[in-house]
Design a protein around this ligand. Structure first.
Ligand SMILES: *[C@@H]1O[C@H](CO)[C@@H](O)[C@H](O)[C@H]1NC(C)=O
Ligand SMILES: *[C@@H]1O[C@H](CO)[C@@H](O)[C@H](O)[C@H]1NC(C)=O
Ligand SMILES: *[C@@H]1O[C@H](CO)[C@@H](O)[C@H](O)[C@H]1NC(C)=O
Ligand SMILES: *[C@@H]1O[C@H](CO)[C@@H](O)[C@H](O)[C@H]1NC(C)=O
Ligand SMILES: *[C@@H]1O[C@H](CO)[C@@H](O)[C@H](O)[C@H]1NC(C)=O
Ligand SMILES: *[C@@H]1O[C@H](CO)[C@@H](O)[C@H](O)[C@H]1NC(C)=O
Ligand SMILES: *[C@@H]1O[C@H](CO)[C@@H](O)[C@H](O)[C@H]1NC(C)=O
Length: 811
């Protein structure tokens, strides 16, 4: 009974437009009613791009279909697919001289019994079924319910079957004899040949090979059944996949399973990542028995394809510089930070480096070291197996990091139990697997682009900060003596006022500070055009300086001026000017002209740390700890590196700025020395907010450098947790004050709760505990119990043990 009516041969134009219509309609047309063809007679054909059912021949049950499938908008694949599931999963395709045929192409069982695929535009033959015996006549073709499409004789003997020339898939009842090969496709929807094959060899061994990247013909094996006597690979009708041995006994390839053949579709496929997997799909929601209406993987060989290491150093499933992770029996490829996929649509091609490699020649300047421009992207439990060029045994992780950072050949390193393995680029065969390895760190250049930079570029103080107001107010007391000291020199030197961007301000002798006139400041800031920050103390403007350190500067203005104590102010500005440390903001100059008093600082392109702790773009765990360490070094310098100790008094994330290579620099220091006189006034109004302020401010106790250690402790907790020290929106009251909550978590050994939003840090809970302990030491109520900054640094660096801290409020 043949109900098929050949369509009229359409002119090309119509076919093309139909193709467009069909691809537009496709998502809504999943229930096209297929005519069921028991037999395909000679002369019957299908046209690619037909909208109606005549684009495929279905099996009697309707479960399988043979015909054309549109592949994206690239063309049509002559294929067999599961026809009753929305995914239309392809199980076989014709690998012609052209894989994808244009719309209007035709597959036909010709009058002389040949199955041919003719290209739409030209009628050129691009594929043909090749029966093993050409002398016997084909009488008809049929799409069978097993999923095999056959050419048969009048006596229903099969002369050619898709089951005997498989592509990448095996179906139940299909058998692979010796010298048959499955070839993986290139990608999920790219049916070109991929890199992996499975062959039942003539020697009775079932072997998986990976194609070498350089030479198509060279293959590395990565899995084998290690049998020498298998005659067939069988996918039997109860869903078992096994090798049959000469004497009829069987060797399982995949574990047996009990998923019913009545209720589920089964398929075994050599996937594009190199694993052979057994999948099932429920035939109906009622038969799903709890499984999702999707293909789920029952088992796979090799069990974890990310562990694939071809013996000849070829590639596994992921390309160079990428790494493989395995989850829910699926592999996926990832790029480390600083790298991106060469082709986002084909992740197996690997990742390219997005930054300029480390130079091996160090510039002479000590402040701008090439090494400092790099950091590590940490991949916990990661490994790149094949790239080691140097092993260092029995060292600390910190040594390993510093050593690789300083070595321009080192692209990455792994650290496990005292062993540091340094690696070269390109990295190959990387993977992550929980619990197996140590840490992998991949070197990346810091200079990140705008996606990481907060808007603005300089801290915008959100809160009115009374302490800043008064401290600075006190600092900028009148300055007529100051003016007198320098005005002579100012007048003595003739300098020509030039247009903007071409200013050469006077440089004060004996000090690295420049003295600007107000006129010059106006030029530098283009009439105070770009405000980049403000607070109750005053405002900050961006400026441009043609000469001197860097081109951009931050100009600080002050609201209130008190015309007294000019001596102290002068001393203070020159004290600030004398500081020189890479973790302190550099004061470039000042303006002191009548009522105009301004400070000119180097400009920090990345703004304040608070943007990166609490904003959208966060800094990774290791970098955060580095920043904490840098702040500690800057503080140590203020406390002990200057002729008289400088107490900062206002350590908080808004006062930590980041330069373009994310080096932390403390700002606003040196403005507080006058506090000794002002302290009673200063702190009114701050009481009640548990912030960064040490408790002794509220009690009439002496103010020492230990107030900074306290603030540092609070800041360190914020850095560890990427959370504000006081969070009124915390879901629980006891989580509101970070210091209290962190201490509770530490005591109850529940630090994982503190860090639960930070997947990266969760991998390092032991260190989290160490750092939290250090922070708790810093926030002891009794200033004498707080460690000095040099001890804090030693504890963070790990050169001394961190003792168990007491309850901060115990004394
Ligand atoms: C598919 O066809 C191409 C081109 O004709 C050929 O190179 C390739 O080996 C074929 N693949 C298989 C699995 O037969
Ligand atoms: C298919 O054709 C063959 C020979 O022409 C015939 O013997 C067979 O019965 C047909 N099968 C069906 C299901 O029509
Ligand atoms: C499929 O992959 C091959 C090999 O990389 C590539 O040449 C081809 O363009 C890809 N085809 C499609 C349709 O993306
Ligand atoms: C086939 O080979 C396997 C593995 O080499 C061996 O365990 C098994 O006994 C062999 N069977 C026969 C019948 O030779
Ligand atoms: C398929 O193989 C399994 C074990 O390998 C066996 O238990 C089952 O009976 C077989 N089913 C059929 C239909 O042969
Ligand atoms: C590792 O280094 C430590 C200290 O430097 C030393 O005491 C220890 O013996 C070393 N261990 C090995 C196995 O070399
Ligand atoms: C920033 O980096 C991302 C990813 O690395 C890139 O897509 C983007 O184009 C870059 N932006 C600029 C301004 O360079």
């Amino acid at each position: 009974m043949i109900t098929y009516k050949p369509p009229m041969p359409y002119p090309l134009v119509i076919c093309v437009s139909l193709f467009l219509v069909s691809s537009l309609l496709q998502p809504f047309c999943t229930t096209t009613t297929a005519q069921t063809y028991k037999n395909v007679s000679k002369g019957d054909f299908l046209i690619a791009g037909q909208r109606d059912s005549s684009s495929f021949w279905a099996s009697p049950s309707g479960e399988f279909a043979f015909g054309f499938q549109a592949i994206r908008n690239a063309g049509f694949l002559l294929a067999i697919w599961f026809n009753k599931i929305p995914a239309r999963t392809i199980v076989w395709w014709a690998n012609g001289t052209e894989l994808l045929a244009p719309a209007g192409s035709k597959v036909q069982l010709t009058a002389d019994g040949q199955l041919v695929l003719l290209k739409g535009t030209t009628g050129e033959k691009i594929w043909q079924a090749e029966p093993s015996d050409n002398r016997v006549f084909v009488s008809h073709a049929a799409m069978l319910d097993t999923g095999s499409f056959v050419l048969a004789t009048a006596g229903s003997e099969y002369l050619w079957e898709t089951f005997t020339s498989p592509t990448d898939t095996l179906l139940p009842s299909q058998t692979m004899v010796q010298r048959t090969t499955l070839v993986a496709r290139h990608g999920e929807t790219n049916y070109s040949d991929g890199r992996f094959t499975f062959t039942l060899q003539g020697d009775g061994n079932l072997v998986a090979y990976a194609k070498h990247t350089a030479l198509d013909s060279v293959m590395d094996y990565y899995w084998a059944s290690s049998t020498n006597n298998a005659t067939k690979l069988i996918f039997n009708t109860s869903g078992s996949i096994y090798l049959e041995v000469m004497d009829g006994s069987i060797i399982n390839v995949l574990p047996s399973n009990a998923v019913s053949m009545q209720d589920f579709y089964h398929r075994g496929i050599l996937e594009y990542d190199g694993a052979f997997r057994h999948y099932v799909y429920p035939k109906s929601t009622s038969s799903a028995a709890g499984r999702p209406m999707a293909w789920t993987c029952l088992s796979a060989v090799p069990p974890n394809i990310c562990r694939l290491y071809p013996p000849d150093r070829g590639l596994g499933p992921c390309g160079f510089n990428s790494y493989c992770s395995y989850q829910d029996q699926k592999s996926s490829c990832h790029c480390p930070e600083g790298f991106s996929f060469i082709d986002p649509n084909d992740r197996s091609r690997g990742c390219q480096q997005n930054f300029v490699s480390q130079s091996c020649t160090e510039p002479s300047s000590d402040t701008d070291k090439e090494t400092d421009r790099f950091y590590f992207y940490d991949i916990p439990n990661g490994d790149w197996h094949l790239n080691d060029y140097e092993w260092i045994h029995n060292v600390t992780e910190d040594f390993c990091r510093r050593n690789c950072l300083a070595d321009c050949f080192c692209g990455a390193a792994t650290y496990t139990n005292g062993d540091c393995h340094k690696k070269m680029l390109p990295l190959s065969n990387g993977r992550t697997e929980s619990g197996v390895y140590g840490i992998t760190m991949v070197k990346t250049r810091k200079a990140r682009n705008s996606t990481l930079q907060p808007p603005g570029g300089y801290p915008k103080s959100e809160n009115k900060d009374l302490s800043t107001l008064i401290i600075i107010g006190a600092v900028l007391l009148g300055s007529s003596v100051f003016l007198n000291i320098f005005s002579l020199q100012v007048m003595a030197v003739r300098f020509v006022k030039r247009k903007r961007r071409n200013i050469q301000p006077l440089v004060l002798p004996g000090m690295d500070l420049q003295c600007f006139t107000y006129e010059e400041i106006k030029i530098v800031t283009d009439e105070f055009k770009e405000e980049i920050g403000s607070g109750s103390f005053g405002r900050v403007f961006k400026g441009f300086l043609a000469s001197g350190v860097g081109n951009y500067v931050a100009v600080k203005t002050f609201n209130s001026m008190v015309a007294e104590r000019e001596q102290e102010f002068n001393a203070e500005v020159s004290a600030i000017g004398r500081t020189n440390h890479r973790n302190l903001i550099k004061l470039i100059g000042f303006c002191n002209e009548k009522q105009h008093r301004l400070l000119v600082y180097e400009f920090m392109s990345n703004g304040s740390l608070s943007n990166f702790l609490f904003g959208d773009s966060r800094i990774n765990w290791y970098d955060r700890i580095q920043i904490a360490l840098e702040i500690a070094r800057g503080l140590l310098y203020l406390h002990e590196g200057c002729s008289t100790p400088i107490i900062h008094c206002d350590i908080k994330p808004q006062n930590i700025l980041l330069d373009d290579s994310f080096t932390a620099k403390i700002s606003d220091f040196g403005l507080a020395k006058l506090l000794k006189i002002e302290q009673s006034r200063t702190m009114t109004g701050i009481r009640g907010t548990k912030g960064y302020v040490a408790p002794e401010w509220f009690r009439s106790k002496p103010i020492t450098i230990k107030v900074d250690v306290y603030s540092y402790g609070i800041l360190f907790l914020e850095i560890i947790c990427s959370r504000k020290c006081f969070d009124t929106e915390a879901e629980d009251e006891h989580k509101m004050v970070l210091a209290d909550w962190a201490y509770d978590c530490y005591v109850e050994r529940k630090l994982d709760q503190l860090m639960k939003d930070d997947k990266e840090a969760m991998e390092y809970l032991e260190r989290v505990e160490k750092y939290v302990k250090i922070a708790i030491w810093c926030i002891q109520e009794n200033p004498a119990q707080r460690p000095p900054m040099d001890r804090v640094i030693q504890m963070i660096e790990g050169s001394i043990e961190v003792p168990i801290p007491p309850d901060p409020s115990s004394s």
